[in-house]
Design a protein around this ligand. Sequence first.
Ligand code: ATP
Ligand code: GLN
Length: 149
Amino acid sequence: EEYDFDDQSKDYQPSVDFYKVEAVLRPWRLSPVSSALLKMGIRGVTVTDVRGFGAQGGSRERQAGTEYAGDSYLKKVKLEIVVSKDQVEAVIDTIIDQARTGEIGDGKIFVSPVSDIIRIRTGERGLKAERMAGGRAAMQTSAEGSDGN
Ligand code: ATP
Ligand code: GLN
């Protein structure tokens, strides 16, 4: 299988096949973000409860007072999503669409290069390990097929 990793992608440096998209978000935006990612074929996601300090500092959430941590670190969730290069921008766009309120404290997204991916069950590496059944690449392939391409 040949995939064009340069398609739809920015000039990420250093240039590798895979990137990790890490997003620190308001906990109450996790559900809509997750749903939208799943809808677009992103099935491999790791979520961690974290606490953080940014421009929002320790100031109380306007939308959800329960977020106040008491020691000036606010409860956030961190999503980690490893995808092939051509899927990075779509993942970022989806996260922003679903997570943004426009208020201070919406969070931040970090993109970093990933050297390799290994599926423990099979020992597969690289693109074979990145691709998942029913994943985005499979969805796009079947969409092209139904268009007669
Ligand atoms: P298998 O087919 O063996 O189940 P898989 O690719 O579906 O392999 P899992 O072993 O089901 O992967 O994944 C275990 C955990 O690894 C997931 O619950 C998730 O937290 C994390 N994970 C898997 N793929 C990714 C990914 N691409 N990005 C971020 N986290 C991932
Ligand atoms: N990009 C993979 C695929 O197309 C899915 C990876 C992921 O869900 N993180 O199958």
